[in-house]
Design a protein around this ligand. Sequence first.
Ligand SMILES: NC(=O)c1ccc[n+]([C@@H]2O[C@H](COP(=O)([O-])OP(=O)(O)OC[C@H]3O[C@@H](n4cnc5c(N)ncnc54)[C@H](O)[C@@H]3O)[C@@H](O)[C@H]2O)c1
Length: 257
Amino acid sequence: MDLCNKVAIVTGAASGLGAATCRLLAEAGAKVVGVDIDVTKLKCLEQEVGKAAITRVANVADEDAVRAVIEAAVDTFGALHIAVNCAGVVDAAKTVSKGQPFPRATWDKVIGINLTGTFNVIRLAALAMMKNAPEGESGERGVIINTASGAAWQGQVGQAAYSASKAGVMGLTLPVARDLAEHGIRVVSIAPGMFDTAMAAALPEKVLGSIVERMILYPNRMGRPAEFAGLVRHIVENSYMNATTISLDGGARISTR
Ligand SMILES: NC(=O)c1ccc[n+]([C@@H]2O[C@H](COP(=O)([O-])OP(=O)(O)OC[C@H]3O[C@@H](n4cnc5c(N)ncnc54)[C@H](O)[C@@H]3O)[C@@H](O)[C@H]2O)c1
């Protein structure tokens, strides 16, 4: 799909991978609707990107709020062609710690945002994309890109909820792509390794240093948000990419501890 004058919603737009994606899609000629719960950072993004972007404060897990975002995209820019799910949280706890079981509220929050929130956006965005006229040789109407994680299959201590949520994102990729193929909508997920964002910065410096030093194969550094955004752009533009999860991780393999 050619990005020029296409309309994209990007969740988690206020920070890290989502913000880099908004910048690159706008640079490539798309109109962008940035969605997040962080009002202040969203305002900065809107100022930076200018007329090519609007932003909306919405929780991705909230049905009415996401419907309103999609309506705003269509009202402002005329259609919706691309949805990029980057909103996510990484709250961690051990299954049992100091005599206490994993807090149910933490489980519900992580699954609610990372998995249910992703699917909430997918289903409502797909409904809007189906209204587009088919484009090009393959009659494309839309592209949906989700963010999984290497933790989907290599979760660390404390990551039961996070890993389950990201394995869920990977798991839904194929069936949703199968559901939407007849409508000309592709679905691809990206599984990032360790990227240099606020989420990674929340880790203790020692832990971060040890991950980069011992677990990332080559190049021996964290991923850059612009590299994630570059893959999003490629997925949109490459019409033969569908129904798969792509690792973007410098060959990282997470060790047991
Ligand atoms: N940074 C990494 O190393 C890494 C690795 C693998 C996967 N990921 C995934 O990439 C995605 C982006 O992460 P990031 O590193 O840019 O993190 P980040 O913390 O910089 O950005 C995440 C954004 O999501 C927003 N958000 C959180 N809950 C939300 C909700 N309910 N509704 C709307 N927005 C919400 C936050 O406000 C924040 O702006 C996440 O899904 C994360 O799990 C990140």
